[in-house]
Structure formats: structure tokens, C-alpha cells
Design a protein around this ligand. Structure first.
Ligand code: GCU
Length: 348
């Protein structure tokens, strides 16, 4: 994020905290403002889906609610936005599951590398309320809960100038990871040097060669411009980490059953619209990255990466034994949808 933009977003966040503390969330026309923050650009499927949410809720309850969607870290980084949601300064935000791991250990489950056997197994697991329900509710005491999940595809390594064909190629490279202990440990095991930082800092860090590469889905190449700097994108398929839409509990609990039903349908719409948009967006991103940014896509053998990472499953389960039943339930979906999707896991 550029300097001025960052200052603007921080002050906007500060204004929101102040207005929440003084209880001022009205639109001036008697309607309740519902603020939703996220860190993607306006061309991203997440933004498109949240605009659909806005339209739907306002079509049903527009006389009483004014939904406002703030993209591009305007309200701060994901960590800032989760805190704003916790306190009720804003009502909702989208956070990566990785970031939520630092708020509740339960979210560690979905951050494990090579957890899902295929995109289909990932979708089936995240759609399975026996798996997600207890995890999504587990932060209620902390003031927020998850209301739906959002597909963020498959995470792969990409670098400025080193093609990653095997874990050995990562040795000595500084790779940006999300700020989660699981991601730092995964990078350590794979031999690269983990450099945790917020999403908004990555472009400048790549450009100024503070880091040699990063890891993310294909949208980061185009929507965030990383493909202008990084010329190799390697499908090692190490993680399928969902984004999570979280909401402030006091706001959600204060809704009447009728209003709550409208919001619940809105959450379902976010999930569905984003998934439909995602497949198209990833295809377009690959095309643009290859043709306009000159990014080369590589398809290494994923087995050596998996061999190094999979022992982490037992380590995590040893540390958090309560996650075992959910992990076992995911293995059932893995058996049902065993086939891997080498093209980036973007398929439905
Ligand atoms: C993806 C994901 C974001 C996350 C980002 C990151 O874009 O959708 O939620 O913040 O990766 O790597 O930080």
C-alpha cells in the first residue's frame, strides 16, 4: 500500500473506532450503516460477491440498513480489521484463515499444507457444517463469529527470478508468508527463509528486492500486480486456505429473527457468487499473467514438497488434539474426491 493511501486508511479506521465508541453508526437518514472491510481490489471476486450482498440486503431491508463495502485495506490490514470487527467498530470483514489462526488455534486446521486431496475435497469439507460449524463459532467469546467461507484457490510459490522446480530451489530465498505460525513453520521445513508481512506490503517488498518471492493464488499476479515483478509461478499446490467472512457478535445477535434470515441468505449469496466468479477470474488472471506480464507457469512434481510438509499434520494434531475429529472428517471427503487438479485447484 502506498504511503498516502495507508495514512488515509489508518485515519479512516481511527474514525470508525471513534464513531463506534460514541455509538454513532447511523446513516443520518435513520438507517443503520453496516460496514464491511476487505483487502482485495475492486476487480476481485470477493468484492463482486460483497456488492451482491449489499444489493440483496438493501433490496429487502434498505429502509433500515445501509451496507457499505470498503475494499483495498481502506480500513487497515486484515489483522486491524479483525480487531475492528471484534470491538464492533465495523460489523464485518474478510480475513484469511491464516490470520484467524492468531485469534483462535482452531483455525490452524485449514492452514495445514496439503490438507485437501483436491479442490473438490476442499469445497466439500468447507461446505460440511459438521466440520466448519464448531470452528466458526469458536471465537464468539472473543466477540466475532464466522458467517461463511470464501474460496481463495490454491497457494503456490512465485519468485522474481528463480524457477521453483523442487524444494531445494527454495533454499536461501526470502519468501513472504502470511503472518501465521503454521505458514512460518511450513516455509522452514521447505528450506526457504520465511518473511511474514501483511498483504499490502508485498508488492513494494518484491519490487525493492527485500524478498525474492511470495506464495499465493494466481489473482495476486494480476489483481495485486505481483506478476509485474515475479516471472515464475510454480504449481506446487501447497495450501488451499479459505478466506472467512466474520461478523461482530453483538450486531448479529441484535438482529430480529426476520432480519437475521435476510443476512443469512446474504452470506450464502457471498459464498456462491464468489465461487462462480472465482473460476472465471483465475482463468483470466492466468491468461493475463502469461500474455501481458510474461509470467512463466511451471508444473513441478508435487511429491517432494508433500513429503516434507505432511508430517506437520501429526505435529499440529499432537498440539491441538481437539482438531482430530474434524481432520478425520476431512479425510472422508479426501477419499470421495481423491483426484488432484494440477491446474491450480480452481475448478468446481
Ligand atoms: C489471498 C487471500 C487474502 C490474503 C492474501 C495474503 O489474496 O485471499 O485473504 O490476505 O492472500 O496472502 O495475505
Amino acid at each position: 500500500m502506498k504511503g498516502v493511501y495507508r495514512v488515509l486508511s489508518l485515519s479512516l479506521g481511527a474514525v470508525l473506532v471513534a464513531s463506534a465508541l460514541t455509538g454513532c453508526q447511523g446513516a443520518g437518514d435513520g438507517r443503520r450503516i453496516v460496514r464491511i472491510g476487505h483487502n482485495q481490489a475492486t476487480d476481485h471476486p470477493t468484492h463482486v460477491a460483497l456488492l451482491e450482498f449489499e444489493s440483496y440486503v438493501e433490496s429487502k431491508l434498505g429502509d433500515r440498513y445501509n451496507v457499505e463495502v470498503y475494499p483495498s485495506e481502506l480500513l487497515g490490514s486484515q489483522t486491524d480489521m479483525v480487531q475492528l470487527t471484534q470491538t464492533g467498530a465495523i460489523d464485518f470483514c474478510v480475513a484469511s484463515n491464516s490470520i484467524l489462526e492468531t485469534f483462535s488455534d482452531n483455525y490452524t486446521l485449514f492452514n495445514m499444507p496439503y490438507l485437501f486431496a483436491s479442490a473438490e475435497a476442499y469445497h466439500a469439507s468447507m461446505d460440511d457444517e459438521n466440520i466448519t460449524g464448531p470452528i466458526f463459532d469458536s471465537t464468539k467469546k472473543a466477540g466475532f463469529e464466522a458467517v461463511t467461507w470464501i474460496d481463495a484457490g490454491t497457494r503456490n510459490f512465485y519468485t522474481v527470478s528463480t524457477p521453483i522446480q523442487s524444494p531445494a530451489d527454495l533454499k536461501g530465498l526470502k519468501i513472504r508468508v502470511q503472518q501465521s505460525p503454521t505458514n512460518v513453520e511450513m516455509m522452514r521445513l521447505l528450506g526457504g527463509s520465511a518473511t511474514p508481512m501483511g498483504f499490502g506490503e508485498v508488492y513494494t517488498a518484491l519490487q525493492s528486492k527485500i524478498i525474492d518471492g511470495a506464495e499465493n493464488n494466481e489473482m495476486a499476479l494480476t489483481s495485486n500486480g505481483h506478476g509485474d515483478v515475479c516471472k515464475y509461478y510454480s504449481y506446487d499446490m501447497h495450501q488451499m486456505i479459505p478466506d472467512i467472512l466474520i461478523g461482530n457478535c453483538a450486531f448479529l445477535d441484535g438482529l430480529s429473527p426476520e432480519d437475521r434470515a435476510v443476512f443469512e441468505e446474504g452470506f450464502r449469496i457471498v459464498n456462491q457468487v464468489e465461487r462462480q466468479e472465482w473460476t472465471k477470474a483465475v482463468e483470466a488472471a492466468k491468461n493475463k499473467a502469461e500474455k501481458e506480464q510474461g509470467v512463466q507457469f511451471l508444473y513441478p512434481d508435487t511429491a517432494p514438497f508433500q513429503e516434507i510438509c505432511i508430517p506437520m499434520h501429526q505435529t499440529v494434531l499432537g498440539q491441538y488434539p481437539d482438531l482430530k475429529p474434524f481432520y478425520d472428517a476431512i479425510q472422508v471427503h479426501n477419499k470421495n474426491f481423491a483426484s488432484g487438479d494440477k491446474e491450480g485447484g480452481a475448478g468446481e
